[in-house]
Design a protein around this ligand. Structure first.
Ligand code: SF4
Length: 405
């Protein structure tokens, strides 16, 4: 990459349509569009965002954004589900691998990496392992060999999120705040909500998403404890998610414009590529552990990666805080499974709590419209943009649209 090989390979190529690089997450190259319209189906029918439409006539038709607007100026949530189903690479994530190599090759930078829960169960697919094989130890080992100074676990911050969201819920219940409280760890869902439901903006939780929390903890608490200048720290997040690239660039998520909480986000697919570029034989690596302190976590944080996990984890904590008792059975089975909308009534200390879990933005729209019209009432709702939750994120190994909804 430092030799600039990728930059010259297609020089001189004639492009009929302009490549759209406006967004901070998705690159759109209509020249590669074969008019299969999978992106349009995924965006309009499954996610109900409606960014794409077929523009032109007959063989001239390509799928573009409405009014051919730059992607950045549309209501695109950057969930990346269009990228996950595009068979030709006409839609791709914004590639930030070179930025990571550059930081790793800069001796003045202290480069910290963190990995989301859904990455460790999908990364192995990039190396021929069965889908679902857990490769946490090999992943940590590979990241050390790539040259990261510290390997942390986003699960640590998922635990922090649980404490924050549970305390916000308990606070609203005690002090009469507006319900339902909505989870806020999915940036695509947050952007969807900002565009489509501005009248409900006061109900989501105020928590940052877990990787942003870990970023800020690294550049504040960790930097202070170990005497590292936070300006010299580069935080790289490995995520199953394309929207997190856009999220990390949001100006409010950082201590200043020059010091964002997270500097670079790459997807599970991009990490697979880095490991291959480095010539590492992933399957032969020995398991290693995350680094102390921000590599510690509980079992509750691990279930964040799948639909229902965030709510189940927050309810476990809220239950113990409300009742003062230890929860004997920690599984909330009604919240598990792949139904698009799951609802349950959870009795806690003599009160019935109405909770719901949705994944896929079409399901989120359905439930939020019912809240707007007063047809449905809930205390807490978990919403994730991607089908199945982060495990089905737009940055995971390609599944070619083969998803059960
Ligand atoms: Fe990203 Fe997960 Fe939200 Fe998908 S569900 S956009 S992977 S945070």
């Amino acid at each position: 990459a430092d030799l600039g090989v990728r930059n010259i390979s297609y020089e001189g190529e004639e492009c009929e349509f302009e490549i759209d690089k406006s967004s901070l997450a998705i690159i759109r190259d209509p020249n590669k569009c074969i008019r299969c319209r999978r992106c349009e189906t995924m965006c309009n029918e499954v996610q109900t965002v409606g960014v794409y439409s077929a523009v032109g006539r007959g063989f001239e038709t390509v799928v573009k954004t409405a009014f051919d607007l730059p992607q950045h100026d549309t209501s695109c949530t950057f969930c990346g589900q269009c990228v996950a189903v595009c068979p030709t690479g006409a839609l791709m994530e914004l590639d930030q691998v070179d930025k990571v190599w550059k930081a790793l090759n800069d001796p003045t930078r202290f480069v910290v990496v963190q990995t989301a829960p859904a990455v460790r169960v999908a990364l192995g697919e990039g190396f021929g392992l069965e889908p679902g094989t857990i490769v946490t130890g090999k992943m940590v080992s590979a990241l050390r060999r790539l040259g990261f100074d510290r390997v942390f676990d986003t699960d640590f911050a998922a635990d922090v999120t649980i404490m924050e969201e549970a305390s916000e819920l308990v606070h609203r219940l005690k002090n009469g705040g507006r319900l339902p409280i909505l989870t806020s760890c999915c940036p695509a869902w947050v952007k969807f909500f900002e565009h489509q439901f501005p009248d409900l903006l006061d109900i989501p939780s105020t928590c940052k998403s877990p990787h942003e929390m870990l970023g800020v903890l690294t550049k504040s608490y960790y930097a202070e404890t170990y005497g590292i200048d936070p300006k010299k720290i580069t935080v790289v997040s490995i995520m199953p998610c394309i929207a997190k690239k856009y999220e990390a660039a949001r100006p409010e998520l950082g201590q200043s414009q020059v010091m964002p909480d997270v500097d670079i986000v790459i997807t599970t697919r991009e990490l697979s590529r880095m490991i291959r570029e480095a010539g590492i034989h992933f399957e032969h690596l020995k398991d290693e552990e995350f680094d102390d302190l921000l590599g510690e976590s509980t079992g509750a944080s691990v279930i964040f990666g799948t639909t229902g996990g965030v709510l189940e984890a927050a309810l476990r904590t809220a239950y113990e805080w409300i009742t003062g008792e230890t929860l004997e059975k920690v599984e909330f089975e009604a919240l598990r499974g792949m139904d698009g909308i799951k609802e349950a009534i959870i009795p806690i200390a003599g009160r019935d709590y109405r909770v719901a879990v949705t994944h896929g933005l079409g399901h989120a729209r359905y439930i939020l419209e019912k809240i707007q019209t007063g047809e449905a009432h809930y205390d807490v709702i978990e919403i994730m943009a991607c089908p199945g939750g982060c495990i089905g994120g737009g940055g995971q190994p390609y599944h070619h649209g083969n998803v059960e909804l």
